[in-house]
Every structure is written in C-alpha cells, then in structure tokens.
Design a protein around this ligand. Structure first.
Ligand code: IPM
Ligand code: MG
Length: 406
C-alpha cells in the first residue's frame, strides 16, 4: 500500500541514493591512488594564502598575520616564503554566486600551499540566506584536508590532548545531500570508507609515535552506529597492531564527553581519534576546558594542502553588538604556530607557543573577555608580539613551567 502511495517518491529517493553511492565509489578509487605527502623543504616559494572570513574573522586574522609576517621576515625577503591575500570568501560574495566557494576564489586558493583562514559564516535552514554549504566543509573536501588536528593543553591540570578528527567523511561528507523523501520523511547519510578511516587512524598513530606519546584513544559509537563506526573501529584494531609501542583503547562518544570532565581520568587521554561529528563536538568541549573556543587553534591537513584556522565560528553576535574589536585572536595565532610547525619552522613555532603560554596562561598581564571590560584584540596581539620579541622569552617561559611542576 505504502509502496503504491509513494511510488514516485521512492523512485526519486532510489535515484538520489544511487547517485551518491556512485560518487562515493569514485572517491574510493581516487583514495586508492592518493599522492604522496608534499615536501615543503623543496618548495621555493612556499605560498601562504590569507583568508579573512566573516564576522570577527578579519579582526583576529589580522593579528595572526602580523605575527607571521614578523616571524617569517627573512624568509619573505629571501623569496623562500610568499604571502598572498585571497579575496572573496565572504558570505556576501558566496551568497551572491550561490556557491560554498566561488570558482575564481577556489582557483586562487589552489595556487597556494598552505592557508590561514578566519572563520566563515555557514547559513542554516531558515536563516533567510541561500542555504549554501559550509565553506569549511567544502574546502576540506576540495583540498582533501582529511586530518583535523586540535591540540588542547591545560598544563596546571596535566591536560595535554591532541584531538584528531576525521575531516572528510562521517556525517559531514553528505551533510548537504540528504533526501526529503516526502514532507514527513527526511534522511541524511553518513559515510566511512576503509581508505578514509585507515588514513586518519594511521595519522593519529604516526603522530603519537613521532611525538613520543604512548596512548591513542579511538572514539566511536560502534555499539549503535554499527556499520560505519563498526568499520572505523575494526580498522583501528588492525592499524594499532603496527604500533606495538603505542597503547590504545576505545571509548564511546557519550561517555567520552563525560570522562574528559573527570579530573581523575582525563589526564590519561593523549591522542584521540574519531569520526567527523564526534570530533567537532569533543573539540569544542575540550577547548572550553582550556578557557574557551577562542583559545584553540585547528589544523586541517592533507597530503598536498593544509589550512589553519580557529576552531570556532564567526561570532556574528559580537559584530552586531559592536564587540568585534574585543574578539580573542589567540585561536588564530595558535593556528599560525601550527602552520609554522607544519611547513618546517619548528623552532619558530615553539617560540610562538611559548609567547602564547606566557601571555594567556602564565602572566596574563592583560586578559580578554570579549567585552569592553577586557583588552582589545589589538592590545592582546601587541602583548604577544612584545613577548615574542623579548630576549628573555625562554627564561620567562621556564619560570612558568617551573611554577607548574612545583
Ligand atoms: C569547526 C566548525 C565547522 C564544523 C562549521 C563552521 C561548519 O564548527 O571547524 O569545528 O562543523 O566543522
Ligand atoms: Mg566545530
């Protein structure tokens, strides 16, 4: 009966689904022939693209750019590094052309090697804007930035986490391609491929190995979401065998959100790897424990491209209320440090992180509240810059670490 009544709807849904399956199978074939990792040391110049974004984006991106320009002064002068402005990835322009990333902007982006990007607005249904896909999600897909790496540290509490979020599959991959079969029935799709799961899990174990970390925690909901999360976990079991020196365990996402609040347990987590949406949620929660989403940077890493950004959104409310100039730039500056590290300037990255630790976790001579009772974005940027320039930087940082360990 139902079959008769909804015959046309069912046919349309089947066709839609067949199309998605085909696209994903094509993607799997591409993943099987993936290229090797890019080697930044052989590039001249390494091209860094800047994208201001929307809302508070341009305000906080400006501070990060200032720091980077200072730290890479010699490299820019000698032609080893080139900095470029990428215009047009704004919500106004994206809404105008009705695309997550306008074609000409994507073309410019693809000429760069790494990107520093401010947050971009993602319209949701009913916002009164064209319901275009998130620019983030589209960029991660277009540039195949499969590893979303989000470090969170609270040294006083022994917290030193690295959240490794799968960035190109899960609930996000087809998040804009669900079906409204009838006005009463909406279905979304969630994708895990063997290749996609393996490369992110391997990334997490490699990260642990390279950084001398002996624990990887795999987070799923494999007891309920059996097919996709089941595959993710199964692949983790297999890959883990190749890293006998790294202990690993697996947790379900619900209890994980509780346990990272448990002071007795949370110190034990180190590298955590998980499918896309779980990583989105856990990383905001973790960042809040560190002092707020405005404090955390995020790296989106692929074999050819990499993009560095804040973990948070555009905070349009701050702009509407005239508070954009009080936005916390630390997330973007942390992202800049991750970029320096990624392209091979590990010592510069270390120094920048030291300056950030001193200014935001140790001395806190000025603090940001997001309102006029706190420092401005520019003032905090200035403080970080002066700390970075201080010849006593290492000493000041040492005083901090000694205080924590005593
Ligand atoms: C993030 C953000 C994005 C995401 C939004 C802006 C689409 O929350 O980077 O975590 O959900 O991935
Ligand atoms: Mg998020």
């Amino acid at each position: 009966m139902v079959e008769e009544k909804y015959k046309e709807d069912i046919e349309k849904a089947k066709e839609h689904f067949a199309q998605l399956v085909m696209e994903q199978l094509e993607r799997v074939e591409r993943l099987k022939n993936e290229s090797d990792w890019i080697d930044y040391s052989t590039l001249k110049p390494i091209i860094i693209g800047f994208i201001g974004g929307d809302g508070i984006g341009p305000y906080i991106a400006k501070e990060a750019r200032r720091v980077l320009e200072h730290m890479l002064k010699d490299e820019i002068e000698s032609g080893k590094v080139e900095m470029r402005n990428i215009e047009g990835l704004t919500i106004e322009n994206r809404a105008k052309v009705g695309k997550a990333i306008p074609d000409d902007v994507l073309e410019e982006i693809k000429k760069c090697h790494v990107l520093l990007k401010g947050p971009t607005t993602t319209p949701k249904k009913g916002d009164g804007m064209p319901n275009i896909e998130s620019a983030n999600v589209a960029l991660r897909r277009e540039l195949d930035l499969f590893a979303n790496v989000r470090p969170v540290r609270v040294p006083e509490e022994g917290i030193d986490w690295v959240i490794v979020r799968e960035n190109t599959e899960g609930a996000y991959m087809l998040g804009s391609k669900g079906i409204e079969v009838t006005p009463d029935l909406a279905i979304d799709f969630r994708v895990i491929t063997s290749q996609g799961a393996e490369r992110i899990i391997r990334y997490a174990f490699e990260y642990a190995r390279k950084n001398g970390i002996n624990r990887v925690t795999v987070v799923t909901k494999a007891n309920v979401i059996k097919t996709t999360d089941g595959k993710f976990l199964e692949i983790a079991e297999r890959v883990a065998k190749e890293y006998p020196e790294v202990e690993w365990d697996d947790w379900f996402i619900d209890i994980m959100t509780a346990k990272i609040l448990d002071p007795a347990r949370r110190k034990n987590f180190r590298v955590m790897v998980m499918p896309n949406l779980y990583g989105d949620i856990i990383s905001d929660e973790a960042a809040q424990i560190q002092g707020g989403v405005g404090t955390a940077g995020s790296a989106n890493i692929g074999k050819r491209y990499a993009m560095f950004e804040a973990i948070h959104g555009t905070a349009l409310r701050m702009v509407e209320e005239g508070r954009a100039k009080y936005a916390d730039p630390v997330s973007m500056i942390r992202a800049a440090a991750m970029m320096l590290n990624h392209i091979g300037y590990t010592d510069k990255a270390r120094k920048l992180n030291m300056a950030l630790d001193i200014c935001t976790q140790y001395e806190r001579k000025i603090t940001i509240t997001g309102r006029s009772d706190g420092a401005t974005t520019e003032e905090l940027g200035e403080y970080i810059m002066n700390t970075l320039l201080d010849a006593r930087l290492e000493e000041r940082w040492k005083a901090y670490t000694e205080k924590i360990s005593s």
